[in-house]
Design a protein around this ligand. Structure first.
Ligand code: ADP
Length: 391
């Protein structure tokens, strides 16, 4: 495979550039705006929204295989293309159970994987009994198109829930857009990146801890400080899921770890994921290279850490601005072993992912890798954030 079509032209596609060059692969991107990050690295761009399947048909004529950096696609329309012989990796059947969060939870539950208690919210009459069963707080989620916590609401009482629902249903016009689930009082959030090859080999990256604020990922610490049994359990979840869906490519799996050590799956991203960005600098084969390898039918690479650990900090927008934040980026780049990745977005907005920084850690102590990464990583993240965010 020489030419890979990518649906979506954000930073996830942009970060495939180095790997594409290394593997001799050309990227053709479908994305709406000429300002999108991946336009600058694409061999060619089809300018259209990611759910425009007519544009994807044009994209298909320019490449050998199509993959995704964004899953907000129109699967029904893409299926027509697949029937005409357009080649998708992962295949559309692997995405089908995942794009709607309610369907995704059902799929995971039916596979026997641990998930929070959940309900579809289309039978309004039963709302009270469902809430009584779950108990407050509850989590209300948009079934589709949620990202970075947009569409996820933690709700403390019935009045707020009713208010939220009547507001959202008058703006969105459809009650069945929601999923209601138990609030998980997690101790920590974890994630694992896994890849599956055309031949069915599954590899996993180290389990990481992710730290969210206002439901947006702020930091990732690799490796997570958890027990070997928990690592094995999470790896087994990844294997079960990727094998069951016969995935080809990278998936990100987000998880909750409860105070009593129980693991629940929160969410599946059927693509490269923010929790795997550390792999660009810290692993022999980054998640982006791994994805292209899988999609192109190449053997998978080594996902192991090449250093004792790593901390990744997202550089999130905190204002509306056109600044390129040159001086803050410069200061952060001066931190030893820091690698700054700047996505080149022309506009900053609060919460928008503008870039990230990964700092590699080498452990000179007798502490375990994960204990060290946890304590030193937290201190470095604090330093980076105090440079980045205004006081
Ligand atoms: P998104 O698709 O927008 O990333 P998620 O479902 O991953 O939405 O939720 C974003 C964040 O909201 C999670 O990382 C977690 O911090 C919090 N969250 C989501 N679901 C729950 C839940 N059931 N219980 C507690 N916190 C939750």
């Amino acid at each position: 495979m020489k030419r890979v079509g990518v649906i979506g032209g954000g930073q996830l596609a942009w970060m495939m550039a180095d790997a594409a060059q290394k593997l001799g692969v050309e990227l053709v991107v479908q994305t709406p705006s000429k300002h999108d990050p991946a336009v600058s690295i694409a061999q060619e761009t089809v300018f259209a929204p990611v759910d425009d399947a007519t544009a994807t048909e044009i994209l298909a004529q320019k490449c050998d295989v199509i993959t995704f950096e964004n899953e907000f696609v129109n699967l029904d329309a893409l299926s027509v293309l697949a029937q005409k012989g357009v080649y998708f990796r992962p295949r559309l059947e692997a995405l089908a159970p995942l794009l709607d969060k309610y369907h995704q939870r059902c799929y995971l539950r039916d596979l026997g994987l641990p998930v929070p208690q959940f309900f579809a919210l289309d039978e309004v009459e039963n709302l009270k009994s469902k809430i009584e069963y779950l108990g407050f707080p509850v989590v209300l989620k948009s079934r589709r198109h949620g990202y970075d916590g947009q569409g996820t609401f933690i709700i403390q009482d019935f009045a707020t829930l009713e208010q939220k629902l009547s507001y959202e249903t008058t703006t969105n016009l459809n009650q069945s857009l929601f999923l209601l689930e138990e609030f998980v009082p997690f101790e920590r959030e974890l994630a694992i990146i896994a890849a599956r090859s055309v031949g069915g080999e599954v590899i996993t990256y180290p389990v990481v801890e992710t730290q969210q604020e206002q439901q947006v990922c702020r930091r990732v610490i690799a490796p997570a400080e958890i027990t070997p049994n928990q690592v094995a359990e999470i790896q087994a979840i990844a294997h079960t899921l990727l094998n069951s869906l016969e995935v080809v490519g990278i998936f990100g799996i987000e998880l909750f770890l409860s105070a009593d050590g129980k693991i629940l799956v929160n969410e599946i991203a059927p693509r490269t994921h923010n929790s795997g960005h550390f792999s660009l600098d810290a692993c022999e084969t980054s998640q982006f290279e791994q994805h292209l390898r899988a999609v192109c039918g190449l053997p998978l690479g080594n996902p192991a850490l090449q250093c004792a650990g790593a901390v990744m900090v997202n550089l999130l927008g905190y204002e509306n601005s056109h600044s390129d934040y040159q001086s803050q980026r410069q200061q952060i780049a001066e931190i030893p072993q820091a690698h700054v990745h700047w996505y080149g977005k022309t506009e900053s907005r609060p919460g928008r992912k503008l870039g990230h920084v990964t700092v590699l850690l080498d452990n000179q102590t007798r502490e375990s890798r994960s204990t060290y990464a946890n304590s030193v990583g937290a201190a470095i993240a604090h330093d980076i954030e105090s440079i980045w965010y205004p006081r």
